[in-house]
Design a protein around this ligand. Structure first.
Ligand code: ADP
Ligand code: MG
Ligand code: MG
Length: 885
């Protein structure tokens, strides 16, 4: 017989896989001697067995549950159905990976028409007993039978309205009894049967539903969003109830050991007196900050603070705690590593290192690389902000600033985002797990109710989405699809600006600022640099981008695309003059003008580099990309150039290609128009020589695009080298320089040993390499790629994450062959994929020297590079000692 059940005394924190996170931590807290109500955990193995058994609890499992309940009864001295000491339990789901709000919990199991009276007598608190009973009826009806929460809430709201009550607390015993009986009629009406009175039946049905909830829609969405495998299963915790709704010396709350928005080290949380379970998170009543507990119940506050500290030291991380106070006695109901904003995550990791609780390496490993991008939070531009008035304020639930168009339901937000590509802001009274898909697509989230731990706040922080919650003066009317903010009426689709850092709202659109790296992130990135083997460079072609990249910690420029420099209007004109010229003679003047401009570009980049490496790629795209295409444009350009439009049309036509991406581009241009590359070399070397005159030594790295063979590379290299030598002679000076090639043609990879003979470095151009390996036109994949991913034919978009099996095999071959010829050959990867964390792990493994990505990806790549190196157990021999140039 398989053991499916573990009393809390038998488990510990390392048993998450089997007991789920909640169960493992309840066990751990129990064994630390903390006040945890007794109970037991039904394992995730039981959940998987349940699915194998056609969604039924097996006889074996039923038998084990009966015995566990008997043991619990004996331990706590309470039994199901007892009229003197009735046992009530909660049934709580808990998977190995915490999925807040995604699964279902039922409280007060064991109450029925008899035990409710027993409970009332026992506690001399009739109100409390019926309050608990109506909660059970609603939760059970919702979770087990799928009756909507609104059906039950409607009864309560109607009653409150009829009696003129403000709050749930105004409901009298009589009201609650009436509500209980109305709830029972709902069962009859909706299900044609009664609420099950037998506690054991209730328990089994609840366990059954928790197992089934593992596969409910919102759990699936959450798992998909968070890359959680779907076959882990959930555990179920059955735990004796303690009551936060037993009166004014009772309550329930949640608290973090550090501020989950900023990471600041201070107890942070909320509680409600005379309330149970979900009341705090549901945002039904606005809770009190935990600080007020310090004055109202000082010894409980101290006890709680001590426990919080103990748990943080024990888990060596910020904790998210749930507690209940029953008649002045504190109980711990949950501990887990707290969700936090990326900003808080970095601050906490860095602080824990200075508190000597974790190592620098651990700190690095704790941060999800993608998440650091969100730390570079935009804020509203100060000047733009000064011109706007704060229209309303709420709680700063999740930092960052965003502008967007407002929608009041998750569906309409998602629709506007998906169909109209709008930047949307979800504005609601409050959010619930059903809203998750709308929240994912939103730029910001705003609610009129709820606190810092409301569903909206927790989920927004987890996603790094700005949020302002509990906004005063905001009324949302779902029927009319309008909202009123401090007297201003807004309709669906109107613009709103949300500052989640300070909790403010503004009408209309406001410009946001550039992003920056804060001190904690800078510290973490420094550590990451020490731990990484891979260098991290930026793709940048302007001084502005380069400065941004340096600000984000880039080692230099791994790819400066020179074609981008030709798109400024005055340059485009010269470029066009150059392209339509029919011979070398005609190209002379425009080339001369372009040379001056390009030399200036490179001079600026080199100057900014302060000795860091800068790799410049020679002209790559098909020439016709620079030309006008329709008649109107041709006319305008002809006028600008002072030539006949018909002649221009004729030249444009002559340059047309059926397959330009496979046509006359890259180094093929050098073979037919050598003077273009010669001009670029003069500009690159000219700038370096100019700096040499100023006493600054630059080592230019020149990169040839599109090479497919040694012969071709050799031809272009000669062209480049001869030009450089001429310049050196003329200038009577010399500089170190390198000439390398992009690795982006499959044929170049296949013959990399030969190509390496005439290359000083390689740099993988993963976009072209992927396009050519798959035969997917990268500009046309939109029509079929989504279907391929949906059907599982492709695991992911290979232009975003390296296709290890195919493209990766070619890359590995090129690395091995290149290093066979030149053991010290520097090998880079440039393109967006160079900043993709999953791909970086692969690049680490095959011995790539450095990656290069857009400036904003640099911090992400840096962290991923450190993690890849730290998690690669064995050093890559081939790569050892090879430094990026
Ligand atoms: P979630 O995973 O959504 O946080 P939980 O299982 O933690 O769900 O339950 C939600 C809340 O229900 C808890 O925070 C706690 O306040 C309440 N609760 C759960 N079990 C008990 C219990 N045995 N006694 C009192 N309250 C409980
Ligand atoms: Mg919980
Ligand atoms: Mg390319």
């Amino acid at each position: 017989m398989m053991k499916y059940i573990y009393p809390f005394e038998e488990g510990n924190k390392d048993m998450r896989q089997l007991l789920g996170g909640k169960g493992a931590n309840l066990a751990q807290m129990t064994n630390l001697g903390l006040p945890v109500p007794s109970g037991f955990t039904i394992s995730t193995e039981a959940c998987n067995a349940f699915y194998e058994n056609h969604n039924q609890l097996s006889d074996d499992l039923l038998d084990q549950i009966h015995r566990a309940v008997a043991a619990l009864s004996a331990k706590v001295g309470k039994t199901f159905n007892s009229s003197t000491a009735p046992l009530l339990v909660s049934v709580r789901s808990g998977a190995a990976i915490s999925m807040p709000g995604m699964m279902d919990t039922i409280l007060n199991i064991g109450l029925n028409d008899q035990t409710v009276i027993a409970l009332a007598n026992l506690t001399a608190n009739e109100r409390f007993a019926y309050d608990s009973y109506r909660r059970l009826l609603a939760m059970f009806g919702n979770v087990v039978y799928g009756i909507s929460e609104a059906t039950f809430d409607g009864v309560i709201e109607k009653r409150k309205a009829d009696q003129g009550y403000q709050s749930d607390l105004d409901l009298t015993v009589n009201d609650l009894q009436e509500i209980v009986s109305e709830f029972k009629t709902i069962y009859q009406k909706e299900l044609n049967h009664e609420f099950p009175q037998d506690p054991t039946d209730q328990l089994m049905a609840a366990i059954n539903s928790v197992f089934e909830s593992w596969n409910n829609h919102r759990a699936q969405v959450y798992r998909r969003e968070n890359d959680i495998p779907s076959d882990l299963g959930t555990a179920v915790n059955v735990q004796m109830m303690v009551f936060g709704n037993a009166g004014e010396d009772s309550g329930t709350g949640v608290a973090f050991t550090r501020d989950p928005a900023t990471g600041k080290k201070q107890l942070f949380g909320e509680y409600l007196l005379n309330a149970q379970g979900e009341d705090v998170v549901a945002g039904i009543r606005t809770p009190q900050p935990i600080e007020t507990l310090r004055s109202s119940m000082p010894h409980l506050y101290d006890q709680f603070a001590t426990i919080a500290e103990k748990l943080e030291l024990h888990y060596r991380d910020m904790q998210d705690l749930e507690f209940t106070i029953e008649n002045g006695k504190l109980y711990m109901l949950q501990a887990r590593n707290g969700k936090r904003t990326p900003t808080a995550a970095v601050k906490i990791a860095v602080d824990l290192v200075s508190e000597k609780l974790i190592s620098k390496q651990e700190a690095i490993m704790r941060i999800k690389p993608e998440s650091v991008q969100a730390i570079l939070y935009p804020e509203f531009d100060e000047q733009a902000l000064a011109e706007n008035k704060i229209v309303a304020s709420g709680l700063p639930a999740s930092p960052g600033a965003a502008t967007g168009q407002i929608y009041f339901t998750a569906e309409s937000a998602k629709k506007a985002h998906d169909d109209q590509h709008r930047k949307v802001i979800l504005v609601r009274q409050d959010t619930s797990p059903e809203d998750i898909e709308g929240m994912v697509v939103s730029e910001a989230i705003v609610t009129s109710r709820g606190g810092m731990t409301s569903h909206a706040a927790v989920v927004a922080r987890g996603m790094g989405t700005p949020a302002t919650v509990g906004v005063n003066g905001l009324q949302v009317n779902y029927q009319t699809k309008t909202a009123t903010i401090s007297g201003n009426q807004l309709h669906e689709g109107d613009w709103l600006s949300v500052d989640g850092t300070h909790g403010n709202l503004y009408l209309g659109q406001i410009k946001t600022t550039d992003l920056t790296v804060n001190d904690d992130l800078a510290t973490l990135l420094d550590w990451a640099k020490d731990e990484a083997r891979l260098g991290v460079y930026a793709n940048a072609d302007t001084p502005k981008d380069f400065a941004q990249a340096l600000n984000f910690g880039a080692d230099g420029i791994g790819l400066a695309r020179t074609e981008h420099m030709f798109f400024k209007p005055e340059r485009l004109l010269e470029m066009r003059r150059l392209i339509i010229a029919e011979d070398a003679e005609g190209r002379k003047t425009p080339l001369k003008r372009l040379l001056e401009m390009q030399r200036g570009d490179f001079y600026e980049l080199y100057k900014l580099s302060k000795g860091r490496s800068v790799t410049i790629r020679l002209l790559d795209p098909p020439l016709h990309e620079f030309l006008p295409h329709d008649e109107k444009e041709i006319k305008a350009v002809a006028a600008q150039l002072g030539i006949d439009p018909d002649y221009l049309a004729q030249r444009v036509d002559a340059l047309k290609e059926l397959n330009p991406m496979l046509g006359h581009r890259g180094d093929r241009l050098a073979v037919t128009f050598p003077d273009i590359y010669q001009m670029q070399i003069q500009a690159i070397m000219g700038a370096a020589l100019q700096l040499l005159d100023e006493g600054i030594i630059i080592e230019p790295h020149i990169m040839i695009p599109l090479t497919d063979s040694k012969a071709e590379m050799s031809w272009v290299r000669d062209l480049v080298v001869n030009q450089i030598e001429d310049l050196f002679d003329a200038h009577n000076a010399k500089l170190e320089y390198t000439v390398g090639t992009m690795m982006e043609m499959p044929r170049a990879c296949l013959t990399a040993d030969k190509v390496a003979e005439v290359s000083d470095f390689f740099s993988f151009g993963t976009n072209d390499l992927t396009q050519l390996t798959f035969g997917y036109s990268r500009d046309d994949v939109g029509s079929f790629m989504p279907a391929y991913i949906k059907e599982g034919i492709l695991p992911a978009d290979p232009f975003q994450t390296v296709d290890v099996e195919g493209v990766g095999a070619l890359m590995k071959m090129a690395v091995d062959k290149g290093r066979f010829t030149k053991p010290q050959l520097p090998i880079g990867v440039c393109g967006e994929i160079g900043g993709d964390p999953k791909s970086i792990h692969f690049f680490e493994a095959i011995g790539v020297t450095y990656v290069s990505c857009s400036p904003f990806r640099v911090p992400v790549a840096r962290l991923a590079a450190a993690q890849a190196h730290l998690s690669a157990k064995r050093p890559i021999e081939q790569a050892a000692g090879v430094k990026a140039h």
